[in-house]
Design a binder for this molecule. Structure first.
Ligand SMILES: Cc1cc2nc3c(=O)[nH]c(=O)nc-3n(C[C@H](O)[C@H](O)[C@H](O)COP(=O)(O)O)c2cc1C
Ligand code: SF4
Ligand code: SF4
Length: 272
């Protein structure tokens, strides 16, 4: 099959998904000898646009795993604003070393519903945005080596195919429920309503306002978060003086549980 252009399309508040999706898309573009373009859907403004692809396009679609699935606030976007029109896709999810559970299956199902032909899929462990100790050095050399293998397998598969290749089988189910976060005591912890706090170190630079993927931080008063908070930690990670933080008890207990119970290495998995 002929490929004319490769895209890296991703939602990536804290940057890990962007890193992997663009690396994979660049490798694929190089192997086909075609240009690569990025479509970053992280900002609210970018998600107002609908994106339409077609035959000859190969789109690497990336999302983080939230509670074992796709971030639920993004689901309408994946289902309604993206049209494949027979374009090929690679589904890529990142996760913070606990598990990707059903996120890859859900992304593959969305892409099929949008009219893409998925020719490869992968789930890669990355630094957990909640923590500085959980998979802190991921993705590492071994992860990038696996990503390169996924790219090579996809390129071979596409080059050899006379007709549209069948979608790869991936673990999990698009219809499965969300993972319920547990605390140190093993009990479910609900921190859906938690929002970041702001310390006195804040200089009012406005970076947090610009990076919030939900547009939820008040530009006139950055200590105020009137909109929805998806706990993505973009504001915490990008604040130049470390002034943003979460102090919600249920959230902190979940974070501590993850740091206690999920230090073992979760390997990358890929499927063609
Ligand atoms: C609200 C939320 C829920 C998450 N749930 C999971 C999870 O179920 N399993 C997991 O391993 N990592 C989980 N993570 C970690 C992210 O998947 C991981 O840090 C990801 O690489 C972040 O992507 P980004 O850097 O592109 O934003 C969660 C992160 C957030 C913010
Ligand atoms: S990024 Fe940090 S310093 Fe800048 S306005 Fe936001 S909280 Fe304040
Ligand atoms: S306010 Fe919430 S949604 Fe916005 S950047 Fe911060 S953690 Fe993410």
């Amino acid at each position: 099959m002929d490929i004319n252009k490769v895209y890296a399309l991703y939602f990536s508040p804290a940057g890990m998904t962007r890193k992997l999706a663009t690396t994979l898309a660049n490798a694929l573009a190089e192997s086909f000898g075609v240009p690569m373009e990025t479509v970053d859907i992280t900002s609210p403004a970018a998600r107002e646009t609908s994106y339409v692809f077609g035959a000859g396009d190969l789109v690497v679609c990336g999302s983080p795993t939230y509670a074992g699935k796709l971030p639920n606030k993004l689901l309408p976007w994946w289902k309604e604003k993206l049209t494949g029109n027979g374009a090929l896709a690679v589904a890529l999810v990142t996760f913070g070393n606990r598990a990707f559970d059903n996120s890859l299956a859900e992304l593959c199902a969305c892409l099929a519903g949008d009219g893409f032909h998925t020719v490869g899929a992968g789930a890669f462990a990355c630094r957990h945005v909640f923590s500085d100790t959980l998979a802190a050095e991921r993705p590492d050399r071994d992860d990038f080596a696996e990503l390169a293998k996924l790219g090579a397998a996809v390129a071979t598969r596409v080059a050899k195919a006379n007709e549209t290749p069948a979608a790869p089988e991936v673990p999990g189910s698009a219809d499965a429920p969300y993972y319920v976060p547990k605390g140190l005591d093993g009990e479910p912890k609900n921190f859906l309503k938690a929002k970041p706090k702001t310390s006195e170190a804040c200089t009012g630079c406005g970076v947090c306002v610009a990076v919030c993927p939900m547009g939820s931080i008040d530009p006139q008063d950055v200590t105020n978060v009137p909109g929805i908070c998806i706990k993505c930690h973009a504001c915490v990670r990008e604040c130049p003086v470390g002034a943003k933080y979460f102090d919600d008890e249920a959230f902190l207990s979940h974070k501590a549980m993850l740091e206690r119970d999920f230090q073992r290495r979760a390997e990358a998995k890929w499927f063609v």
